[in-house]
Design a protein around this ligand. Structure first.
Ligand code: IVH
Length: 658
C-alpha cells in the first residue's frame, strides 16, 4: 500500500475511533492502541505533507468516565419520525381516532441537533442537570451546565416543590467554529461537528475547559414534577419557562394540522439562516390533558412526532481526485474536497464509485461540486458546477498502474481493476483485515498497526500464514509497542479461531458479493465446505438467494483460488453446518432497523440465524418481517409501503421465541 493510501486509511480509522470514543462513549480499542494508530499517522505525515483535515492536527479533550448516575423522575423519551405531509396526516388521523375528536391544536418548533438535558429545580433551586443516558438513567453534569449563565439558578414564578425541565444543549455555529479554531491553534484535535462538540464538552470532567466554551440551551419539554404543579397546554408551559427566564426558541408556533404543516415548511426554509443546527421540526399536541390521554407507545409519545428534513446539500471544492485499491482489487476514484458540514458530519472525502461515474459527472480537480448526504447514506457528489469554471480546473488522470503495487490496471466494465491479487499490498491488507474481522474469523489483538507490521515484514503473505505466526514469536515479541503479553494473547486468539463454523468461514473467505447473509444460506444448503467448493453453477442456482452473478463469483473464486485455500484448510478445521433444533424461522427473511434497548442489532441477527432465519440488509418484496426499534427511518417507510409485517421491540421476544 502506498504511503498516501495508508494515510487515508489511518485517517478514516482514527476518525471512526474518535467518533466511537467521543460521541458514542463506546471505544473499541484501548488508549494505547489508539495512540499507536495516531503515531503511525504522524510518522507517515512527517514524510509527506499532512492535510488540514488530518486527525493529527486535532487533539481534543477526552470525555470523562466518572460521572454520577441519576434516575430521571420521568423517562426521557424519543420521538417517532415522519418525513412528509402524508405521513404527518396519518399521525393526525391516529390522534383523532384514538381521542375521538375532530380537531387538534399543535405546537411546532425546530428539532435541535444537540444533546438532550434534564434540569431539576427543587424548591425553585437548580439542583441537578442530567444527560439523557439510556432515557431512564443519565449522568449528573450539573457543574458543567452551571457554566451556562443564561440558565437561572432560581425559579421565581409559579415554583413547585420539584420540577424536571427538558431541553437541548448545543453550540451556535459561529461558536463551534471558534472553538475548533482555538483547538487547532493549540495543536489539538478538532470536533467533527457541533453536536459532537456539545457532547464532548458536556461530558468533560474539567469544568475549566467547559467554561471556555459557550454552551447554549433551549428548553422545550416538561419532565416529572411534584403534584403541586399543573399546566394546561404546551403554550402555557412555554410561558412558564419564559416568565422564569429560561431560554426558549422563538420559532415556535401554534395551530391546527394545516398550520402545523406550513410552520414546518417555514422552519425548513429558515434552516440555512439559523446559527445552530436543526434536523427537523417537532410537532406536539398542545393540550396537556390530550397528551396524557394519548400516552406512549414503547419509548415514544403518541402526541408528538419529529418531522425530519431531507438531507441537505452543500457546495464544496474538489482538492484532488485520488484512487484507492480495495480488497477485491477494484480501484475506486474518490474526491478529496474542502471539508463541509452536512447533516451533522464533516465530509472531506467523497467516493466517485467508478470510471462511468467520473465520465457522467465530467468532474475535474478544482471544480465546485454539490455534495449531498442523506442520513446514514454515504456522501455523494450530485452535481458539478461547470458554469463557474475559471480555467484552473485539471482533468482527472486515470492511473495506468496500481497505486499500491505498480502492476498494470485493466478496465473491467465500469471498474478499474488491479489483477495482482494477494501480491498487491493494498489487496492483501484489505483482505487480511476482512478475514480477521469480528464478523469473519473474529481474531482479537489485530489492528491496523500490527497488521501493517505482519504484512511489511513478510510474515503474512497469504492468510494461511496467520496460523503459522508462532514461527516468528521471538521477533514479534521484540517489536516495539507490543509486549510479550499482547503477542501471547494474539496467539491464543488465533488458536481459538481454528475451528470456525462453516457460515463464518464462507463469510471470511471474502468471495465478491458473498456477505454474511449469503454465507449463511450457502452453509445451510451445502452443509460442508467441500460440497460448496465443488458445486457447479447449476448447483448454486438451486438456492433462491443466489443469482447468476453471485454464483459466477463463487465458481471463479474457487477456480482462481486467490487466497490459497488448501494451505488454509491445513491450518483449520471447519465445523459443518448443524441445523438448530429450533428452526421456526427457517428461510424467513428478516430486516432489522433502528436501535433497540435490549439487544444490539448483531445479537438479533445471530438469534435469527440460529433459528434458521435470514437476516437481510435491505427491504424488498421478498422481505417477510421488519424488526424495528427506535429511530427507524427509510427501511421502516419502505416496509410499510410494501406491506411487510412489522414487529416492534415489545413483540420481539415472542416473535423470536426467546
Ligand atoms: S420534545 C416526549 N422537542 O429529540 C418528547 N425534543 O428524538 C420529548 N429534541 O431526545 C422531546 N429538539 O433531545 C423535543 N423541540 C424539541 C426537540 C427535541 C430536539 C430531541 C430530544 C429528544 C429527541 C427525540
Amino acid at each position: 500500500m502506498s504511503a498516501k493510501d495508508e494515510i487515508n486509511k489511518l485517517k478514516k480509522e482514527i476518525e471512526r475511533h474518535n467518533f466511537l470514543y467521543h460521541s458514542k462513549n463506546n471505544p473499541e480499542i484501548s488508549d494505547a492502541e489508539y495512540d499507536a494508530l495516531y503515531q503511525r499517522l504522524k510518522s507517515l505525515e512527517s514524510n509527506l505533507s499532512s492535510s488540514e483535515d488530518s486527525p493529527t492536527k486535532t487533539v481534543g479533550s477526552k470525555p470523562s468516565k466518572g460521572f454520577v448516575k441519576h434516575t430521571h423522575l420521568k423517562p426521557m423519551l424519543s420521538l417517532s419520525n415522519v418525513f412528509n405531509e402524508e405521513e404527518f396526516n396519518k399521525f393526525e388521523e391516529r390522534i383523532l381516532k384514538r381521542a375521538n375528536i375532530d380537531k387538534v391544536i399543535y405546537a411546532v418548533e425546530p428539532k435541535f441537533d444537540g444533546i438532550g438535558i434534564s434540569l431539576t429545580y427543587e424548591d425553585g433551586v437548580l439542583t441537578k442537570a442530567v444527560t439523557r443516558g439510556d432515557g431512564e438513567v443519565g449522568e449528573v453534569v450539573t457543574e458543567n451546565i452551571k457554566t451556562i449563565s443564561k440558565i437561572p439558578q432560581k425559579l421565581t414564578f409559579n415554583v413547585p416543590k420539584v420540577i424536571e425541565l427538558r431541553g437541548e444543549i448545543f453550540f451556535n455555529l459561529d461558536d463551534f467554529d471558534s472553538i475548533n479554531k482555538n483547538i487547532e491553534k493549540e495543536g489539538g484535535k478538532t470536533f467533527i461537528n457541533p453536536r459532537n462538540a456539545a457532547a464532548g464538552t458536556l461530558r468533560n470532567l474539567d469544568v475549566g475547559i467547559v467554561k471556555q466554551r459557550p454552551l447554549n440551551i433551549f428548553l422545550y419539554a416538561l419532565g416529572g414534577t411534584s403534584n403541586d404543579f399543573s399546566i394546561d397546554s404546551h403554550q402555557d408551559f412555554i410561558a412558564f419557562l419564559e416568565k422564569n427566564k429560561l431560554p426558549t426558541n422563538d420559532l415556535i408556533s401554534f395551530g391546527d394540522a394545516v398550520k402545523a404543516a406550513s410552520s414546518v415548511k417555514k422552519i425548513l426554509d429558515s434552516r440555512e439562516t439559523l446559527n445552530y443546527e436543526i434536523d427537523g421540526a417537532v410537532v406536539k399536541v398542545n393540550d396537556i390533558n390530550l397528551q396524557e390521554k394519548l400516552g406512549f407507545v414503547s419509548k415514544a409519545p403518541r402526541w408528538a412526532v419529529a418531522w425530519k428534513f431531507p438531507a441537505s446539500e452543500k457546495f464544496s471544492k474538489v482538492n484532488d481526485i485520488l484512487f484507492s485499491v480495495g480488497r477485491t482489487g477494484i480501484v475506486t476514484p474518490y474526491a478529496t474536497i474542502e471539508p463541509v458540514l452536512i447533516s451533522g458530519a464533516n465530509i472531506s472525502n467523497v467516493t466517485l464509485h467508478n470510471l462511468d461515474e467520473l465520465k457522467r459527472l465530467d468532474i475535474k480537480v478544482n471544480d465546485t461540486v454539490l455534495v449531498k448526504r442523506a442520513g446514514d447514506v454515504i456522501p455523494q457528489i450530485t452535481k458539478v458546477n461547470q458554469e463557474i469554471r475559471d480555467g484552473s480546473e485539471r482533468p482527472v488522470t486515470v492511473p495506468e498502474f496500481c497505486p499500491s503495487c505498480g502492476s498494470e490496471l485493466r478496465e473491467d466494465g465500469p471498474f478499474l481493476r488491479c489483477h495482482a491479487g494477494m501480491n498487491c499490498p493494498a489487496q492483501l491488507f484489505g483482505y487480511f483485515e476482512h478475514f480477521v474481522s469480528r464478523k469473519a474469523m473474529n481474531i482479537d489483538g489485530l489492528g491496523y498497526k500490527i497488521n501493517t507490521h505482519l504484512i511489511n515484514l513478510g510474515y503474512v503473505k497469504k492468510v494461511a500464514d496467520l496460523f503459522k505466526l508462532e514461527r516468528h514469536e521471538t521477533e514479534l515479541k521484540s517489536l516495539e509497542g507490543f509486549g510479550e503479553k499482547s503477542i501471547d494473547n494474539l496467539f491464543a486468539s488465533i488458536n481459538n479461531a481454528r475451528k470456525p463454523k462453516l457460515e463464518t468461514f464462507i463469510n471470511a473467505l471474502g468471495i465478491p458479493e458473498v456477505g454474511e447473509t449469503t454465507a449463511s444460506s450457502l452453509a445451510r444448503h451445502f452443509k460442508e465446505f467441500q460440497s460448496l467448493r465443488s458445486a457447479s453453477l447449476d448447483d448454486l442456482l438451486q438456492l433462491d438467494s443466489i443469482g447468476e452473478v453471485v454464483a459466477k463469483n463463487i465458481i471463479k473464486f474457487f477456480k482462481n483460488d486467490p487466497v490459497g485455500i488448501d494451505d488454509l484448510l491445513d491450518q483449520i478445521e471447519i465445523e459443518n453446518y448443524v441445523a438448530s433444533a429450533d428452526s421456526h424461522l427457517d428461510g424467513v427473511r428478516i430486516v432489522i432497523t433502528g436501535s433497540f434497548t435490549e439487544f444490539s442489532r448483531d445479537e438479533l441477527k445471530d438469534i435469527i440465524k440460529s433459528k434458521g432465519g435470514i437476516p437481510s440488509s435491505s427491504v424488498s418484496a421478498n422481505t417477510n418481517y421488519l424488526l424495528y426499534g427506535e429511530k427507524a427511518g427509510s427501511k421502516f417507510k419502505k416496509a410499510t409501503e410494501l406491506g411487510v409485517e412489522l414487529v416492534d421491540e415489545t413483540k420481539i421476544k415472542d416473535f423470536l421465541k426467546i
